[in-house]
Design a protein around this ligand. Structure first.
Ligand SMILES: NC(=O)c1ccc[n+]([C@@H]2O[C@H](COP(=O)([O-])OP(=O)(O)OC[C@H]3O[C@@H](n4cnc5c(N)ncnc54)[C@H](O)[C@@H]3O)[C@@H](O)[C@H]2O)c1
Length: 696
């Protein structure tokens, strides 16, 4: 059963019942249409109420039906809305909770609407690179006026129903029982013999239409030049003025179909589904037990430890923060205090909230104070000996059943786990810097990590608002292992003739939030240097350009030293060109015997991005990442990859893997290339040969 039919005296009530969000799947659409027909035929019924529950009227399309025949099976949403709108008996939508997308379009097809003041109204389709395709762009302007409707449709933002008092969107705000209020209005309408009032019959009078829409087009083009959907939203809303309703609907349909085909919308929809897919992990389901997490401990109050602690404090979870000595502890605690006070100064949170949040923080030097935590996260120096010592201590002190997590970026989690007598309780929680801001959390599943531990940490990630992706154990996990190949390519490009600024610009035009060299200067060039020094010993056969070493030998570690690949003025973060770096690069090229050539932006982008893709294919093959979309999500949430390109693996799919492999062969033919680098991962080679893609 997906919609119930009852009668309340002379009013028929159709109740949507499709948890969790009353998605308008095929069965629901059919049941609503059947309810309207039944009410139409029942002489004892004078009016109809369409209602969900207090939490949700309808969240719109049923995403479980996306890309299935059911999504477009009759009655489609457009058909259903036509049936509802055409009903001779007045239909009242009773809106409580979430009323979004197709849910709002359905409500707009009803003749009257009542709402709880807190109901959340939105047409968020633009966020998927689309526009509302079931009359939303035509009926919403007729209900609340062109300007307000355009703002909502172009931004996709959510507005509380009480803001629509005195508009045709909300005929009556209901303070008490929603159903009673809706039935009362339905009864009034039918007793007064009022004929159905249809938004399609409203004629919009808007004399300033042309200049307004021109301005709106310019504004959205400036704000989001890479995204076609906002512009098409403007065009669709413009069609609600000066055209008949049916002509406007035709324009809306045509624009909707155009957007469905755009690479941007495909990418945004991919990202949307990638987020949902990542929350599932093979072997975990709703029945997998989870442990209770009420108290957290963090070991190490440095850059990461303080950021990690703030995630939990902000979620109202108490945190004990442990350090080696008082000075380090005071410094860490001061950082946390300062961050919340700065947020308060900007008006983001109130003074009382700062006080209550900070009251949850318990700085300490004693393991006695962390022993009772349900989860402890270690964020001490990146050194195996220090980490194993800390884990031995945790093993000896933490209560039974506590989860022991490490924030290591590069060390072998299984070795860390082996330092304890409870490896099933050990897991990696790889946060990104700044940990209180960055969305990404790589959850590292060790060889012996318990499934209940994994389940617990995945749930906890949601509570603290992180985008979590599970990774297996390997050096660098998903994100940094791929990044290493991207960085190697960027350095080879410098050696061969491109300058850091050109490389940054090329990748930023591609859409990366920050080019690699600006990123190195931000993160600290010494970090990569330390990794390379290790690689020179561990993997002497792997080729690395030494150009960055020359920079580091001069102490040019980046923003923190005011000099890196660029130079920085005191107190500013603008990356300024520095002739000394050009000279250093030229000297290095001469030393390694390379005559520089002009390198086009296309080659720069191709080499750097395909370096990511090939390593991503290795990760999939090795089972470190369980699906290509997880890799995409890591790059979207943690590495500034442009969302409108869907992530590196999805982007490779849009190029076509056959073309990807051909490009790699071309790069390998370059006289300075490391041919081993461009050897396609076996999975990539197979998929390309079979004409398949990463994302199925
Ligand atoms: N900085 C980053 O961008 C980043 C990102 C992801 C992960 N990580 C990882 O997070 C961990 C911490 O990195 P960080 O950048 O915060 O380092 P940091 O040097 O800023 O902080 C480490 C802190 O740990 C404390 N500490 C050291 N040994 C300790 C011990 N035995 N007991 C208690 N406290 C101890 C130190 O006093 C210091 O305050 C490392 O494993 C690192 O690889 C760092």
């Amino acid at each position: 059963m997906t919609a119930r039919y009852d009668t309340h005296g002379d009013v028929a009530v159709i109740t949507l019942d499709n948890p969790p969000v009353n998605g308008l799947g095929h069965a629901v659409r059919s049941a609503i249409a059947a309810g309207v027909d039944r009410a139409g035929e029942d002489a004892g019924v004078g009016a109809i109420v369409l209602i969900g529950n207090d939490k949700v009227f309808s969240g719109g399309a049923d995403i479980r039906e996306f890309n299935t025949p059911k999504a477009v099976a009759e009655p489609t949403l457009n058909t259903l809305i036509r049936i509802v709108e055409a009903s001779d008996k007045p239909v009242v939508a009773a809106i409580g909770g979430v009323c979004m997308g197709g849910g709002l379009e359905l409500a707009l097809g009803c003749h009257y609407r009542v709402a709880l003041p807190s109901a959340q109204i939105a047409l968020p389709e633009v966020k998927l690179g689309l526009l509302p395709g079931a009359g939303g762009t035509q009926r919403l302007p007729r209900a609340i006026g062109v300007e307000r409707a355009l703002n909502m449709i172009v931004s996709g933002s959510t507005v509380a129903a009480d803001r629509f008092a005195n508009t045709a969107l909300v005929d009556r705000l209901i303070e008490g029982d929603l159903l009673q209020g809706a039935v009362a209005l339905a009864r009034e309408v039918s007793r007064d013999n009022r004929s159905p009032r249809r938004l399609r019959d409203v004629k919009i009078d808007y004399p300033l239409a042309e200049p307004f829409f021109q301005l709106a087009r310019a504004a959205v083009a400036a704000r989001a030049p890479q995204y076609p959907a906002p512009r098409k939203c403007v065009d669709a809303v413009a069609a609600s003025v000066g055209k008949s309703f049916d002509d406007g609907m035709r324009v809306e349909r045509e624009l909707f179909l155009q957007l469905m085909q755009t690479p941007e919308s495909r990418a945004l929809r991919h990202a949307f589904f990638a987020e949902r897919a990542a929350a599932k992990y093979p072997g975990l389901d709703a029945d997998t037990p989870a442990r209770r997490i009420e108290r957290i401990a963090v070991i190490g109050a440095g850059t990461m430890g303080t950021g990690i602690a703030m995630n939990f404090l902000s979620a109202g979870i108490p945190v004990a923060l442990l350090e080696m000595n008082q000075a380090a502890l005071d410094k860490g605690a001061a950082t946390i205090h300062r961050t919340y006070q700065a947020a308060a100064a900007k008006g983001k949170i109130g003074a009382e909230q700062v006080r209550s949040t900070l009251a949850l923080l318990h700085p300490t030097l004693s393991y006695d104070d962390v022993a009772s935590a349900d989860l402890v996260i270690e964020a001490v120096f990146e050194d195996m000996d220090i980490k194993t010592q800390v884990f031995r201590k945790l093993d000896a002190t933490m209560k039974g059943g506590a989860i022991l997590a490490s924030n290591t970026s590069t060390l072998d989690l299984d070795r860390i786990a082996a330092a304890t007598a409870r490896p099933q309780d050990v897991i990696g929680m790889h946060f990104f810097s700044p940990a209180n801001v960055m969305k990404l959390l790589e959850i590292v599943r060790g060889a012996r990590t318990g499934m209940d531990v994994l389940q617990t940490v995945m749930r906890l990630a949601r509570i603290i608002g992180k985008t979590a992706v599970v990774s297996g154990v390997c050096d660098g996990f998903i994100g940094n292992r791929m990044l290493e190949q991207y960085v190697r390519q960027a350095m080879f490009l410098v050696e061969e003739g491109a300058m850091p600024m050109q490389i940054d610009r090329a990748l930023e035009s591609f859409g990366m939030a920050m080019g690699p060299f600006r990123m190195f200067d931000l993160a600290g060039n010494d970090v990569g240097w330390a990794v390379r020094k290790r690689r020179y010993v561990e993997k002497p056969h792997v080729r690395y350009s030494r150009v960055a070493d020359r920079l580091c030998e001069l102490g040019r570690f980046g923003q923190k030293t005011s000099l890196g690949w660029y130079r920085y003025e005191p107190g500013r973060r603008d990356a300024l060109p520095d002739p000394a770096v050009d000279a250093l690069i030229e000297a290095h090229r001469a030393q390694v015997g390379i005559t520089p050539r002009t390198i086009g932006d296309e080659e720069i982008v191709g080499r750097c991005i395909l370096a990511l893709v090939n390593e991503g294919a290795h990760l999939l093959e090795e089972g470190i990442a369980v699906r290509a979309s997880d890799i995409d999500l890591v790059y979207l949430a943690g590495y500034g990859f442009p969302r409108y390109r869907g992530g590196p693996m999805f982007y490779a799919d849009t190029l076509g893997l056959y073309n990807v492999v051909r490009a790699m062969h071309r790069f390998a033919a370059n006289e300075h290339a490391d041919p081993a680098f461009w050897q396609p991962a076996p999975l990539l080679a197979t998929l390309a040969a079979e004409g398949r893609s990463f994302n199925g």
